[in-house]
Structure formats: C-alpha cells, structure tokens
Design a protein around this ligand. Structure first.
Ligand code: GUN
Length: 291
C-alpha cells in the first residue's frame, strides 16, 4: 500500500484564495492588511524564506514591507525597529525572521512585539492562551498548518495515539498542545533527544510528527501500517546528481510512504502550509483590529 500524499502546496493555495476574499472585504472597509518583515543579516535560507512570504502576501493582496538590517545590527536597534512597528497603526503583523544575528537576544525581541501583531504566534501571551485552551487567536504557523492538513484530510485523531518528535517552543510544544485540545482529542507523547525506545513508541502511534531537523531519522520500520506521518523537517543534504549539488530532505525516510496511510512530502508539504498560516494570521490580526 502506498500512502495518500498530503499536498500542502495545493491546500495552501486554496486557503490563500479564501484569504484573498477576506482581504478584499477588509479593503472595502478601508483596512489594508499589512505585514512587516524584519530581516537582519545575510543568512541565505532566511532570504529565501522571506521572499516566499512576500510572494504569498502578493497572492493574497496583503501589503508587505521588508525592513533589511545589517548583520551587525545591535539589540537596541532591533528593539527600536520593533517599537516603531508596534506604534505604526498601518501595520497589522510583525515578523522578525529567525535566526537573528549573533549577539542579539531573540527571545527578548519576540517578547517586545505587540501580542496583537504577533503573527508568528511566538509571544508568551499567545503561547499562554494555547495552554489555556484558547485556540481562536494567533497560533504558531507550523503547528496550525499541520492541524489544518490533518483536518482537511478528514483524519480522526479522537482517542488516538500521537507522537510529536521534537519539543521546540515554535513547533513541537505548541503542536502537542493543539493535538491534545478538546475537539482533536489525541493522546500525545512528546519525544526528544533523551527519549528511550523511540522506535517502539512510534510503532504504537496512529500519528507521528517529525520535527527534529535531522534528515531521514524516522525509519520505515518505526511506522505502524496505515499511520499518518507528518514531516516538518527541511534539511539541505548533499546530492551530487543535482546541478546545485544539494536537495531538500525531510526528517522521515522516503520509503515510509510504502507503509503509512497518509504522509506529507518534502518539499511541498508542511512548508507551504506554514506560509499560508502566516497569511491567515495577518488577515486575522487585521480583522481583530476592525472588530
Ligand atoms: N525562521 C524559520 N522559520 C521561521 C518562522 O516561522 N518565523 C520566523 N520569524 N522565523 C523563521
């Protein structure tokens, strides 16, 4: 049996088409949704991610402004940029692309963003709401995208076992909370680098989410036949058969598709969904201001 491939690119475009209609309605009410992206330094991957986010804004009709800062920007300067964006009423969403340059305090920057403009959903106030079971605000984009894919494929997780591999504040932890919330009702295990018997734990699961950042870590014999496998990993690996000399690989061994019931591809799975959820949060932030 070959898994049903969950096409994040196609679903993301569908979501963006719906968002474009909400953007039109907002514009008719005199509000132009506006995302400000702060990009500090010259990390090549960050430049690609930011370009993709700006293209998505164009598809949805969202105004985007990019603020480029040098690699030697100071913490004080970054905090001032955030303060200016916080007080700019024309801006609905603020995103400071991670990683910020060495010597800057990313957590302090996250905490400085006005929670009502925190379209990444990383501010402690927004993560705290999630712990309290309030899921109608600004949710972290990757976890929200994973939930959306599962719901779109009509996968019922009620009472089922889910394993989230990875405990980051951006993906693993918030996703575990979302999977356990009322309405989704999965029984969630958070696995991490110290977890013992990981193969055994994964084999018992109806859903395995890999958010580790190490290529091909999840093996085919770790997966229960028919289980759903969500691959959050985006790893650049050497591939001399390509003109570029490299390609993108997920955290899951590709042959898992021969045993899983549903699986996300890399690229074209969770990645585009993360961007669509960013667009969704930006529109939501603009609508919340109007409300
Ligand atoms: N760097 C890689 N992914 C992300 C993301 O989702 N948000 C931000 N702010 N930076 C990132």
């Amino acid at each position: 049996m070959s898994a049903v491939i969950l096409d994040g690119k196609a679903l993301g475009l569908r979501i963006e088409a719906e968002l474009a209609e909400r953007v039109s309605a907002l514009k008719e009410s005199g509000v132009e949704p506006h995302l400000a992206v702060v990009l500090a330094g010259d990390d090549p991957a960050s430049h690609v991610y930011v370009r993709n986010k700006q293209r998505a804004c164009e598809r949805c009709g969202i105004k985007s402004t990019r603020i480029d800062l040098s690699n030697d920007v100071t913490q004080k300067e970054l905090m001032q940029v955030v303060a200016n964006l916080n007080s700019d009423d024309s801006v609905h969403g603020i995103l400071v692309q991670s990683p910020t340059p060495e010597g800057t305090d990313e957590l302090a920057i996250t905490e400085a963003i006005d929670p009502s403009k925190d379209v990444d959903g990383f501010h402690p106030a927004n993560l705290g709401k999630l712990v309290m079971g309030q899921t109608d605000g600004l949710l972290p984009c990757t976890p929200a995208g994973v939930i959306r894919m599962i719901q779109d494929a009509d996968i019922d997780l009620s009472g089922k076992k889910a394993v989230v591999m990875g405990r980051s504040r951006i993906v693993g932890m918030p996703l575990a909370l979302l999977l356990a919330q009322k309405g989704i009702d999965a029984t969630v295990t958070i696995a991490h680098s110290r977890t013992q018997d990981i193969a055994e734990i994964c084999r018992s699961a109806d859903l395995v989410v890999a958010a580790i950042g190490r290529p091909a870590t999840v093996r085919t014999d770790w997966i229960k036949p028919g289980a759903t496998v969500i691959d959050v990993g985006i790893n650049r690996v050497i591939d001399e058969s390509r003109a570029s000399g490299s390609r993108l690989a997920g955290d899951v061994e590709p042959s898992v598709k021969d045993i899983a019931g549903h699986m996300t591809p890399v690229p074209g799975g969770v990645g585009p969904m993360t961007i669509s959820m960013l667009m969704s949060n930006t529109v939501r932030a603009a609508e919340m201001r109007l409300a």
